[in-house]
Design a protein around this ligand. Structure first.
Ligand SMILES: Nc1ncnc2c1ncn2[C@@H]1O[C@H](COP(=O)(O)OP(=O)(O)OP(=O)(O)O)[C@@H](O)[C@H]1O
Ligand SMILES: [Mg+2]
Length: 253
């Protein structure tokens, strides 16, 4: 099962993705891989994991060494690439974490994105569940990064702009005929009154919002202190609301 969090910038993708990781761990999902596909990576901090090497780093190294003919003895290109990718995976007791990072200097992200696609097809079958935190906007949808994802979660806040981004994600998935399971729109950081109005607006865009996570002072507290989501009590408002949403979507039982 692969779940990807997308949506407009700042809507809560990283918060919901990291709390989903906690829910999956609590439901004994099995082998879990977390992919931070945002070049401005936040999942390591959100989950309280130190990451030294990113996919962007190992890709630069690979390129440098292949170009200068310096492959280590005993490695062909494919084996060396697999070795480097494995070295970028940070293992914890509960999950593995792979951070995509960004290319060095002014380089474009295409090459790292291309690697990410390749890595995903090689690596993903080894895991029972994968949670991806995507870059804001449409980039990962248009580049096919979320090809093969079972659940695409488009996170919206109380703004019409965020709803429009979700609608564009839906349209792009349709237009590019990307092979994904289902798209779920989830409202975050909205009160129940705001949720009512937002649901109306969503219907006008032919979107159905599956549920909401309310504003949570506990989240503000951990933000202020720079603490990971593991410091959120399981019965905190944000975690309880998300648990309900994940059940409704069918991600947890
Ligand atoms: N339900 C909530 N209650 C309180 N604070 C929240 C809630 N949801 C998100 N926040 C806070 O809002 C900020 C933005 O959330 P987050 O970083 O998860 O958004 P994002 O969509 O990943 O942003 P970006 O597009 O920059 O990656 C964070 O400081 C987060 O902790
Ligand atoms: Mg984020």
């Amino acid at each position: 099962m692969i779940i990807a969090f997308t949506g407009k910038g700042g809507t809560g993708k990283t918060l919901l993705a990291s709390m989903t990781v906690l829910e999956l761990i609590d439901s004994n999902v099995g082998d879990l891989l977390v992919i931070d596909a945002d070049p401005d990576a936040n999942m390591p901090d959100a989950l309280g994991v130190d990451v030294e090497t990113t996919l962007g780093d190992v890709r630069e190294r690979f390129k440098r060494e292949v170009e200068s003919g310096e492959l280590p003895p005993g490695f062909d290109k494919q084996a060396y690439m697999e070795y480097l990718v494995a070295s970028a995976i940070e293992e914890t007791d509960d999950f593995d974490l792979l951070v995509m990072g960004r290319p060095e200097g002014r380089g474009c992200y295409c090459a790292v994105n291309q690697w990410l696609r390749k890595v995903m097809s090689d690596l993903l079958p080894a895991y029972d569940a994968v949670v991806m935190d995507c870059e804001a906007g449409l980039e990962h949808v248009s580049r096919g990064i979320i090809e093969g994802v079972d659940h695409v979660v488009a996170v919206v806040d109380h703004s019409l702009k965020a709803l429009k981004t979700a609608a564009r994600i839906r349209d792009l998935l349709d237009e590019l005929e990307v092979d994904v399971g289902s798209l779920h729109v989830v409202a975050n950081r909205v009160t129940d009154e705001e949720f009512e109005v937002l649901s109306e607006k969503a219907r006008e865009l032919d979107l159905d919002i599956v549920g909401r996570v309310r504003p949570d002072p506990e989240v503000v507290r951990i933000d202020l202190e720079g603490l990971p989501v593991t410091e959120l009590p399981p019965d905190s408002r944000a975690r309880s609301d998300l648990r309900e949403v994940l059940r409704r979507i069918g991600i947890t039982g």
